[in-house]
Design a protein around this ligand. Structure first.
Ligand code: ADP
Length: 267
């Protein structure tokens, strides 16, 4: 058996939905299969999943993603339910139990709440349960409305969860193979960077603005997330979510996508 790892995997809206906004069932199914198998191999797994607003908008038969805050929050409430239904069902095939954790920024700032949350994660993982985490969009308006997008479609949230749970690895699954020297959607000659030891202003300069139409974070929020997690010694991998089996390689420590190397001895 390979070395035991505590792995946080973040999956974005662009991985979980088709171009037309419908749920991509294969993505849910593949993720459930691979994460269950990685857990069977002795690893601990936490999933940070976006997609609630997009999935909810479909379920509500809205012609497009809602712009008004109250409708966004309503769509999030409907979509979160659907998301958990899909995870419960697909993970259930592999005899796994999932648990829903919804978070707001303040839950992590307040020390007492933070400790409670860490204890909850600990208890769930101890029981072999796979926590599925999302921002509590129906309560918090800061994330879905703010220009800065504090958690950037959950990129930052996944880093905060990785630090809170003292994870060994954070994997950010995106719609792109990793971090390039320029935005590959704009420049055909962009090259994938395999390994980054230090994130500084020159690294941020390589990231364009917000990303795909369905995703919202873009590379900038992924870099911020990688910055936060690597500062606590956590290795961060950004790779493509279109084939979740790539997670086998990540768990085994094989090079895939872009590795941001944890900067200090962990904890
Ligand atoms: P997700 O929904 O998977 O989180 P996003 O759409 O938010 O994905 O972010 C990924 C996008 O960031 C890519 O599709 C790409 O267009 C854009 N991007 C900007 N700069 C870079 C870069 N240097 N390397 C890779 N992708 C970049």
């Amino acid at each position: 058996m390979q070395e035991k790892n505590r792995i946080v995997v973040k999956v974005g809206t662009s991985t979980l939905t088709h171009e037309n906004g419908n749920s991509k069932l294969r993505a849910y199914e593949d993720l459930a299969f691979v994460l269950s198998d990685i857990q069977n191999n002795g690893n601990e797994v936490i999933l940070v999943s976006s997609g609630a607003i997009a999935v909810g908008s479909q379920k509500l038969h809205l012609a497009e993603k809602p712009k008004e805050l109250r409708m966004k929050q309503a769509a999030a409430a409907v979509g979160q339910c659907e998301n958990m239904f899909l995870y419960d069902k697909f993970f259930g095939y592999y005899n796994k139990t999932v648990a829903q954790i919804l978070l707001n920024a303040d839950d992590i700032v307040d020390e007492e709440k933070k400790e409670n949350l860490a204890n909850t994660f600990g208890a769930l993982l101890e029981q072999g349960i796979i926590p599925v985490v999302n921002e509590n969009d129906s309560v918090s308006y800061k994330e879905i409305e703010s220009e800065e997008k504090l958690f950037g479609d959950n990129d930052m949230l996944s880093a905060v969860v990785a630090v809170l749970c003292r994870a060994d690895k954070l994997v950010i699954l995106s719609d792109i193979d990793g971090f390039y020297d320029k935005d590959p959607r704009l420049y055909k000659n962009a090259e994938l960077i395999r390994r980054i030891e230090r994130i500084d202003e020159s690294t941020y300069a390589l990231a364009g603005g917000a990303g795909s139409r369905r995703g919202t974070g873009g590379m900038r929020t992924k870099l911020q997330a990688a910055d936060l997690a690597t500062a606590q010694g956590i290795d961060v991998v950004i790779t493509n979510g279109k084939n979740p089996r790539i997670l086998y390689d990540v768990a085994a420590g094989n090079p895939v996508g872009t590795l941001f190397v944890g900067r200090k001895a962990r904890y």
